[in-house]
Design a protein around this ligand. Structure first.
Ligand SMILES: C[S@@+](CC[C@H](N)C(=O)[O-])C[C@H]1O[C@@H](n2cnc3c(N)ncnc32)[C@H](O)[C@@H]1O
Length: 269
């Protein structure tokens, strides 16, 4: 076991968080992760760009939330901290902003804690999205999130790791139920819609990690926002969600394989 890593990590299987870190150019990955990443990359040379597009979507969404006055963020499935993390974007705009990162992967959490050492307004906890009540409790007891005030709930690239049998709709409903009006929900999620066969094959390789991906339709992904009000332009291929500049939008935005959207809770009940 390499130094400084939690004993419970399984180095015999690739991990989604570490594969993702490798694609983003991070250093928090092992040979087993790099092998899977290279295999995926050889099938879909586009996938690293997809992951960066996901990160860019998240950054743009966080900026919109900051402009709306959100100063506390619950980022679930936050991954291994690489460049342009939520706390960096948020605290650059508002030094008082508070962030709780949540991930199921012990390596992601260990590295997040390392990176956040000395940052009193951000923390990382290890928990499973399939236990939303526990996540809410841990976020509350961290002292960083006050659910009596509007909160930004971020689920970027993570709900597709929840198979239908684990009832992702109920999980999202439990998270939404904890928030007061004025709160926001950000979701990005892989899809089979408009995808070429090689992308679908590459996604199937995720079955080799502990976290297999379930691709969903735009309608299913839209359902995760419940009765909250979708911000324009709705649930769209990620690069089409409020690009910084029209020049940033790829000729084929569907090639990034995921939809993104942001919604606001406008009314009680
Ligand atoms: C593709 S990464 C997304 C990282 C980050 N949100 C972003 O958009 O840049 C997905 C992350 O979700 C985590 N994850 C997968 N299943 C999870 C679960 N059931 N609960 C919490 N985190 C989970 C993985 O460990 C991984 O770090």
């Amino acid at each position: 076991m390499p130094d400084g890593l939690p004993a419970e990590i399984d180095l015999s299987r690739p991990s989604a968080a570490r594969v993702y870190d490798y694609f983003l150019g991070g250093a928090h990955n092992f040979e087993i992760d790099r092998q899977l990443a290279e295999q995926i990359a050889s099938m879909t040379p586009n996938l690293a760009a997809t992951m960066r597009a996901g990160r860019e979507f998240l950054r743009r969404a966080v900026r919109v939330l900051l402009d709306a006055g959100i100063d506390q963020f619950l980022d679930i499935g936050s991954g291994i901290p690489t460049v342009g993390n939520v706390h960096e974007v948020a605290q650059a705009a508002n030094p008082e902003a508070r962030i709780v990162y949540v991930d199921i992967d012990p390596v992601a959490v260990a590295h997040s804690r390392e990176l956040l050492a000395g940052n009193e307004r951000a923390t990382a906890i290890r928990a499973d999205l399939r236990e939303p009540k526990l996540i809410l409790e841990l976020a509350r007891s961290s002292g960083l999130i006050d659910f009596d005030r509007p909160v930004g709930i971020l689920l970027a690239g993570v709900v597709h790791f929840i198979p239908d049998v684990d009832r992702p709709g109920d999980i999202l409903a439990a998270l939404r139920a904890a928030a007061v009006p004025g709160s926001f929900l950000v979701v990005s999620h892989s899809t089979f819609e408009d995808q070429p066969q090689e992308m679908l094959d590459a996604q199937r390789l995720s079955a080799r990690t502990d976290t297999e991906i379930t691709l969903r339709s735009r309608a299913e992904i839209t359902g995760f926002f419940g009765d909250w009000t979708l911000l324009e332009p709705g649930v769209v291929h990620m690069p089409l969600w409020r690009p910084d500049s029209p020049a940033d939008v790829d000729e084929r935005p569907e090639r990034f394989g995921a939809f993104g959207g942001v919604a606001r809770y406008d009314h009680a009940g």
